[in-house]
Design a protein around this ligand. Structure first.
Ligand code: HEM
Length: 392
């Protein structure tokens, strides 16, 4: 026998919850394997096992009607790799994997390490810096924007802000979502008029995508939406993950000491940062049939929130989930998604983060907060705006 999901008015998209989600996530996991969110007329999965199972089951939990939480954003995402199921998804993913193939990405490993070393040398001389703009954003802006191929002009500086706006626009209907429509428009305008194939840097991911469109493997709209996916998924996410990990390390000096003594812990510590702070907190899917989740029914055609952030803090999966442990190495985190839509940029993002933290671990004995960090709530991403850091 199956039962209906338990209703709850806990609002994960309230400003308070977006600023400090962990207590809300715990309550929502305790509601049951499935919760019905009355504030947003949506089902929600918050436990690790259920979120991961839904990500793997793309036939039952479809992306084809969009993964945003409002109909307008989902209509605008038509043609995006994020908003399709196999077999169409496979064709686009082949193009994307081509561009982001670990083999190709590893060719830039040396430049990533060099850039990270130079950056940390400079920061050591300064002693105090903003962990977001001066540390976490440098490689995405200086290197990944080149890899994607965005022209080196003044418009580039605006991409990060537009992308954060686009993430907000993916949230449930409301002021936070509606107010960022101009950012979505500006990003699309930029992609149509400024980041055109003739202006993209040579040998870039962007060129690979447009060449696939020229060969007829993907449509022009799909190529455009892939550029939008790069702009949104490839930059602010890495910045958020690196800044959050830096914040966690600054607050846990014994963990920083462990990393300094054994820099091999760095890759696992970055995954632990992704697990705890989860740069993309949630997306959604739509059920294609009545789905039974541990005896609870989600009806066909229902929108279901998949909370990567809550799953990553699930005590059923991770003992003492609110503790940052540099040696936990949670390779099974759903912070990069799972299943067919798992993040193709994971290798690149990890290479950037690892180079930065290894460079820092080799140089900085102490790493501490030099003031209060600040964050702006966002419907989808969790990152920081400023993070005052002192090193010596
Ligand atoms: C710490 C950094 C990053 C995090 C936390 C992250 C997170 C994610 C997550 C959770 C998904 C799954 C979406 C879903 O379930 O529907 C995803 C997909 C994606 N990511 Fe990342 N990402 C990161 C870095 C990057 C980078 C560096 C790139 C490219 C340069 C990138 C490009 C993409 C693309 C194109 C997709 C869509 C894949 C598909 O739908 O098949 N990401 N990412």
């Amino acid at each position: 026998m199956t039962i209906s999901a338990i209703e709850t008015d806990i609002d994960v998209f309230s400003t308070e919850a977006l600023l400090d989600p962990a207590p809300y996530f715990k309550k929502l996991r305790d509601v049951g394997p499935v919760a019905y969110l009355t504030e947003h007329d949506m089902y929600g999965l918050f436990r690790y096992e259920q979120v991961r199972a839904a990500l793997v089951d793309w036939e039952g939990f479809s992306s084809a009607q969009g993964i945003a939480m409002n109909p307008t954003a989902n209509e605008l995402s038509d043609g995006s790799i994020l908003s399709m199921d196999p077999p169409r998804h496979k064709a686009l993913r082949r193009v994307l994997d081509d561009a982001l193939r670990p083999k190709y990405v590893r060719q830039v490993a040396d430049s990533i390490e060099q850039l990270a070393d130079d950056l940390v040398d400079e920061l050591m001389a300064r002693e105090e810096f903003n962990g977001v703009t001066d540390f976490a954003a440098k490689l995405p802006v200086d290197l990944v924007m080149d890899l994607i191929g965005f022209p080196r002009d003044e418009q580039r500086d605006k991409i990060l802000v537009w992308a954060l706006g686009a993430f907000n626009y993916f949230g449930p209907p409301g002021e936070r979502q509606l107010s960022t429509f101009p950012d979505v428009q500006a990003l699309m305008q930029y992609l149509v008029t400024d980041a055109t194939p003739d202006k993209l840097l040579p040998d870039s991911f962007g060129q690979i995508v447009w060449e696939a469109a020229d060969r007829g493997e993907i449509s022009e709209n799909e190529a455009l939406m892939t550029m939008s996916a790069y702009a949104c998924a490839g930059l602010d996410t890495t910045i958020a993950g690196v800044a959050s990990t830096l914040w966690l390390l600054a607050r846990n000096p014994e963990q920083w000491k462990a990393i300094r003594e054994d820099p091999d812990l760095v890759p696992g510590a970055f995954l632990e940062g992704i697990r705890m702070e989860t740069p993309i907190q949630s997306f959604s899917r739509v059920t294609t049939a009545d789905m039974d989740i541990d005896g609870v029914t989600i009806p066909e055609g229902a929108r279901v929130l998949l909370s990567y952030g809550a799953a990553n803090r699930d005590e059923r999966q991770y003992p003492d989930p609110d503790e940052f442990r540099a040696d936990r190495n949670p390779t099974d985190t759903v912070g990069f998604g799972f299943g067919v839509h798992n993040c193709p940029g994971r290798t690149l993002a990890s290479m950037e983060a690892n180079a930065l933290f290894v460079a820092l671990a080799k140089r900085a004995t102490t790493l501490e907060l030099a003031g209060d960090p600040h964050r702006t709530p966002n419907n989808i991403t969790r990152g920081l705006d400023t993070l005052p850091i002192r090193i010596s």
